[in-house]
Unconditional design. Structure first.
Length: 125
């Protein structure tokens, strides 16, 4: 049976664009295997359950096949299956975000007027 590292598999399954990014996600605690925090060198087995957090979304997937080669998206989707409860939860949270409205976008760096107001506020307090 072939052995595949978690970081390689995440890259091959197209969850991350590079192995370095998949490694950073694992080191950052954004990927768990069977409920445990792992290291990038952990070897995956069939039917392992992965919890992957990407941005606002959290996916719970089950490993269906192992591969260490990155291929097209249709082939990559055959490597895993997302659980039904994970799909429902992601759609519910996305709906909540849409209902609450988009986050307030910052207009960027403060301009001259804003800086004057900030300095005035700081000097008073």
């Amino acid at each position: 049976m072939p052995k595949v590292r978690v970081d390689k598999w995440l890259w091959a399954a197209r969850f991350f664009k590079t192995r370095a990014k998949s490694r950073q996600a694992i080191d950052g605690g954004k990927v768990h295997v069977n409920g445990q925090r792992i290291k990038p060198s952990k070897e995956l087995m069939l039917k392992d359950q992965l919890k992957i957090r990407q941005g606002w979304d959290e996916k719970i997937i089950v490993v269906k096949a192992l591969s260490d080669q990155r291929k097209g998206a249709p082939e990559a989707q055959l490597l895993y299956e997302e659980t039904a409860e994970s799909i429902a939860k992601r759609e519910a949270t996305a709906e909540q975000r849409r209902a609450a409205g988009q986050h307030i976008a910052s207009k960027g760096r403060p301009d001259k007027r804003d800086r004057r107001r900030i300095h005035e506020f700081l000097n008073k307090n």
